[in-house]
Design a protein around this ligand. Structure first.
Ligand code: CP
Ligand code: NVA
Length: 323
């Protein structure tokens, strides 16, 4: 599972709805008794899932480790100092060896090429915990959060309008694909020089038929938006460009005033995958009543469970959960 593009629209909707089903099942009674009666509680028992992380993480690590533990499995976290991931050993060798002893792999790597190579040579499912081009488990969580907010099924998100203001990055690319598959409209505002690359646009169009509205004016993107989304302007690996990027993105901060000038819907909501920095969104919005950022982050756990259920427990068969 390397990108949302790997899913059909029905599979995407199923994963989103399953995430909410697991949340309800595990939060319905006291945590302990809910867990005992939850059918997935031993679904990974006796199985090891390594988490190969070449970059830092709070949410992805905690949600996937927590999900594996909840499902009775053993998460084995391996940071970049722990194993030879593409440094002193080829990705091919690493992938063949690791997959010969485990039930699935969650990996956070630098380039998409790295995760593609891991997956191509692995005998067990590989789930992308972020690469420079995609972040699929985040997007499952984001749409799960929105469907919970609207108390609707994933299929009912169609017609919603999302505005992305900021950098064109891994989170945006998978969000555009997901939006297309769900019938959600996307408008994107990026500064000149930081637009979505042509090959990504072609891929989004080809895999999801997404109708993107693009502009360099934040106010134009947020017109009629139900949800305004952003992410850091400096993704992991871009630290050397920090000063240049901070200058290029000036004027792109999400604020109440900007949304009002642009004519976002009256009750627009704010989302951000986190970690957040003040330059991309001010405190008033980030900590205010419009912000969904903390339920969004918490939904990473349910999205990880839905992903592991589909790809590891059910071996890639994505169906409505029995839980
Ligand atoms: N949103 C997200 O993936 O956060 P982490 O980098 O902390 O995992
Ligand atoms: N775009 C960010 C997302 C972090 C979860 C990054 O790649 O660093």
């Amino acid at each position: 599972f390397l990108s949302i593009k790997d899913l059909t629209p029905t599979e995407l909707k199923t994963l989103i709805n399953n995430a909410t089903t697991h949340k309800k099942a595990l939060q319905s009674q006291t945590a302990a008794s809910a867990h005992q009666s939850w059918p997935l509680s031993t679904s990974l028992s006796g199985r090891t899932i390594p988490l190969l992380f070449s970059k830092r993480s709070t949410r992805t690590r905690i949600s996937t480790e927590g999900a594996i533990v909840a499902m009775g499995g053993h998460p084995m976290f391996l940071g970049k100092e722990d194993i030879q991931l593409g440094v002193n050993e080829s990705l091919y060798d690493t992938s063949v060896v690791i997959s010969s002893m485990t039930a699935g792999i969650v990996a956070r790597v630098n380039t998409h090429q790295d995760i593609a190579e891991l997956a191509a040579n692995s005998s067990v499912p590989v789930m992308n915990g972020l690469c420079d081009t995609f972040h699929p488990m985040q997007i499952i969580a984001d749409f799960t959060c929105l469907s919970q907010r609207l108390e609707c099924e994933a299929g009912d998100l169609a017609g919603m309008k999302i505005a992305w203001v900021g950098d064109a990055n891994n989170v945006l690319f998978d969000m555009c694909i997901g939006a297309g598959k769900l019938g959600v409209e996307m408008a994107v505002a990026t500064p000149s020089g930081y637009q979505i690359p042509e090959h990504i646009k072609a891929m989004v169009q080809e895999t999801a038929g997404t109708k993107l509205r693009e502009t360099s004016v934040p106010e134009e993107a947020v017109r009629d938006a139900d949800v305004i989304v952003t992410d850091t302007w400096i993704s992991m690996g871009q630290e050397a460009e920090s000063q240049k990027r901070l200058r290029a993105f000036e004027g792109y901060q999400i604020t109440e005033k900007m949304a009002e000038r642009g004519g976002a819907k009256k009750d627009w909501k704010f989302m951000h995958c986190l970690p957040r920095h003040k330059e991309e969104v001010d405190d008033e919005v980030f900590y205010g009543p419009r912000s969904l950022v903390f339920p969004e982050a918490q939904n990473r756990l349910w999205s990880a469970i839905a992903t592991l259920e589909a790809f590891v427990v059910n071996k890639g068969v994505i169906k409505k959960t029995d839980a």
